[in-house]
Structure formats: C-alpha cells, structure tokens
Design a protein around this ligand. Structure first.
Ligand SMILES: C[S@@+](CC[C@H](N)C(=O)[O-])C[C@H]1O[C@@H](n2cnc3c(N)ncnc32)[C@H](O)[C@@H]1O
Length: 408
C-alpha cells in the first residue's frame, strides 16, 4: 500500500526530475533531443539510489558512489546525470536497437531501454557480482525486467547477445578490446570514455569496414571522468617523483626520464615566453597539447611550490608538460590587459629551456590560430597490424592498436 509519505516523496521526485531535465536542456549543454529528454524525464532515478536524499539524486552534476575499495577509491557509482545524457546523445539511439552497456547500476540501462523501446534489447555487463545483483533488484523495482544484467569482465564483451548496434561503456577505458569492435554491427557505434595521455574523453566511434579492415572513426568527443576499468583492461598510470613536492604523471610505460637532470633543472631560473594568443577553452587546448607533444607528462606540484613562487598555479592543478632530457616546459596564463581574458604562455627550466619553451609556445599559437573550437579533432582507432608503433605526434599506441588524432 502506498502511504501518504510515499506518494509525497514520489511527487517531490517527479518535480525534482523535471527541474533536472530542464537544467540539462538549458544550462547544462547535455540534453539536445526530445528522445533523451523523454527518457530522463520518465526513469525514476531515485529508485536506483534509494538510500540517498532526493536532492542529491536529482542534482544534474552529482555522481553518487555505490561501492569503494579498501583505500576509499570509488569502484562503482551512479554517474552524474549530465554525463549520462551527454553519452546518450552521442549514441544516437533509435527504437529497435540492440545495445550493450559496459558497467552496470541499472539507471543508465533503464534510460537506454526507454529509448530503444520494446522492439530493442539492452544487455548490461558488470565485473562485480554485487553490483550486478544490486542493478537487477533496482531494475525490477523500477519495472525494467526486460533489461538483462550479466556478470563478466567486459574485456570479452557479451558474445551471446552480439551483434550490437551500440556499445556504451560507463567505466574509464585505457584501450578498446577487439571484442568490442567485433561485436558491433558494421556502421554500429561505440561510445567510450577513453584515456589518451592522461586525459579522458567520451568518444563516439563508428565502426567502418573498409577493404576487409575494421577501424573506428570518431563522430564526437566530450569531456568526462569515470571510475577506472577493472579486470584484464586495468591500467595503472606511472608516477615519476622528481622531488617530494614535484611529480610527473605518465601513461606511456616506455617513456624514460632524466630524473636527476630534471631535479637540477628545478634549481635553474625560470624562463617565461608569452604567445600573444588568447587562453580559453582550456579542456580543448589540453587535448590538443597532449596529442601534439610526443614526449608529454603531466606535471603536478604541491601547492606550497606555487605559494613560494617556484611554479605557476597551473602546475598545482596538473598540466601537460614537454619533457626533453633535463629540461621541461609547461603552460601558464596571465591576464590580457588589452583584450580582457587571458593570454597563454609557457614556463621552462633547464639547459634547453629556450628550445622547449619555443616549441611549446609555437603549439599554443597554432592552436589559437587554426584549431580553437570544441570538437575539432578527428580520432581514429586503428587495430594493431604488426608490432607496436612508437609514440609520436598524433599517435598514441595502445595494447590492441593505436589511437590516431588529427587536427585538420
Ligand atoms: C560508473 S559505474 C556504472 C554506472 C552505471 N552504468 C549506472 O547506470 O549507474 C562503472 C561500473 O563499471 C564496472 N566495471 C569496471 N570494470 C569492468 C569490467 N572490466 N567489466 C565490466 N564492468 C566493469 C564497475 O564494477 C562499475 O560498477
């Protein structure tokens, strides 16, 4: 029996849900189509996080942690509605489609089920049996019994239900396992939060079959953050300490560093170069930089290093850094008095400071003059033919292939 309390909670949830849809449509730049708006408006998100306050469940930008590991790191979460809506828009789901969701929780699968309708099918796979059981219970409680939830490492996909028109990955991936491409229909789409040189973007790839070769070609990409993939596809970044307060974060396992030389460089005076170009769209600029610097690492310094004037503030937040022998250069900014806003520039240290600063500043200028807009990059995933390609400008080697990024 529904109590007065229950029905008023249902009413509050419906009001908050309508407000969330509105926000995702207007200010959030997430919902663009009526189909996604209708799905988010229909699925009772609070039934997938029953112990959380309604205000938290229906906050457009809030992810709710469902499970943590022994060190407190999130293993599973109900992702923020904002990124879920963004990815559903990227997926361009249609009624009747067959969809695989990697990473379960129930809510996103229910949204997908709403969009593909009774003629479509939704399979959701999670590596964690506890999450699978929880998702099953939430889906049943919300009335989505036809969504199938499977316990498995998604590295192998779910071949029993393949092929899929869409695969939507909701955990942070470092690579694209061959099974995901193989289990897509020709022309099918994979939406995946893919990590490239320390940055993660949700990339919508279409499968293209050309002359017997299968490849993936990007249609769009958006900023995102996800809990990391577990199982066979797990990836651990490398931390290279230069001092106790200065660390490099690196993806490429083969990249070597002259740690002593870099430590000496810290003691050399800082060289500044200014680009004369505007600093804006920082997320897009970062993506341009990491895909155009072959020897890139992310510099992270302790806040005290900024306070004592040894580093620019960007280094405390983490910044793409060009490392060459015992020299390095990273991006900074300063107010632009003439035009308003900011001008981008570079800070460099070490015996080769001039050269690395010049190279970096030239990239800042090139981005500002030729590429400064959202979504400019073309991304291709090329399965590995033979051998491992060396990292180079625009080419990021992975285990099963390589990601080629071109800025037209
Ligand atoms: C952000 S949560 C998924 C959220 C979910 N889609 C929702 O609607 O709330 C990411 C999930 O990916 C799962 N996961 C991580 N690695 C996996 C793997 N190799 N195979 C399948 N699932 C995996 C985690 O257990 C976690 O539950």
């Amino acid at each position: 029996m529904t109590s007065v309390q229950d029905s008023s909670a249902t009413d509050s949830a419906a009001t908050l849900r309508a407000a969330m849809v509105d926000e995702l449509r207007t200010t959030g730049d997430a919902i663009k189509t009526g189909q996604v708006a209708a799905a988010v408006g229909r699925v009772p998100r609070h039934l997938f996080a029953p112990d959380e306050p309604l205000e938290a469940v229906y906050a457009a930008n809030k992810a709710l942690v469902i499970k943590r590991d022994g060190n407190g790191a999130a293993l599973s979460s109900l992702s923020a509605a904002h990124i879920q809506a963004v990815m559903l828009e990227q997926a361009e789901l249609e009624p009747g489609m067959r969809v695989l969701e990697v990473g379960s929780g129930g809510y996103n699968a229910a949204l997908i089920q709403e969009m593909v309708g009774d003629g479509g099918s939704v399979t959701s796979v999670d590596i964690d049996q506890e999450i699978v059981s929880r998702a099953r219970a939430c889906l049943d409680a919300a009335g989505y019994r036809n969504v199938e939830v499977v316990a498995a490492d998604a590295e192998a996909g779910v071949p029993e239900k393949a092929p899929y028109d869409r695969i939507i990955v909701t955990a942070g991936a470092w690579d694209i396992p061959p099974a995901w491409q193989e289990q897509l229909t020709n022309g099918g789409r994979l939406v995946v939060p893919l990590r490239l040189r320390g940055l993660t973007r949700s990339i919508a790839f279409d499968r293209v079959d050309e002359d017997g070769d299968v490849g993936l070609v990007s249609r769009s990409y958006r900023l995102c953050g996800f809990v990391p993939m577990q199982g066979i596809g797990t990836f651990r970044e490398r931390l290279v300490p230069i001092t106790d307060e200065v660390v490099l974060r690196v993806d490429d396992p083969s990249q070597e560093f002259d740690v002593e030389g870099l430590r000496d460089a810290l003691a050399t005076p800082r060289l500044e170069r200014w680009s004369g170009a505007a600093f804006d769209l920082p997320d897009e600029l970062e993506f341009f930089l990491v895909t155009n610097l072959a020897q890139v690492a992310h510099l992270h310094v302790d806040e005290t290093q900024v306070q004592n004037g040894r580093f620019a503030p960007s280094a405390a937040r983490g910044v793409p850094t060009l490392v060459s022998g015992g020299s390095f250069a990273y991006r900074t900014k300063r107010p632009n008095e003439k035009t308003g806003g900011f001008e981008s520039g570079v800070v460099a240290h070490g015996p080769d400071a001039d050269r690395v600063a010049e190279h970096y500043v030239e990239l800042l200028r090139r981005w500002a003059s030729d590429h400064r807009r959202s979504g400019a990059a073309h991304i291709r995933y090329v399965p590995k033919a033979a051998g491992t390609p060396a990292p180079s400008v625009g080419l990021v080697p992975k285990r099963h292939g390589a990601v080629a990024v071109r800025w037209p």
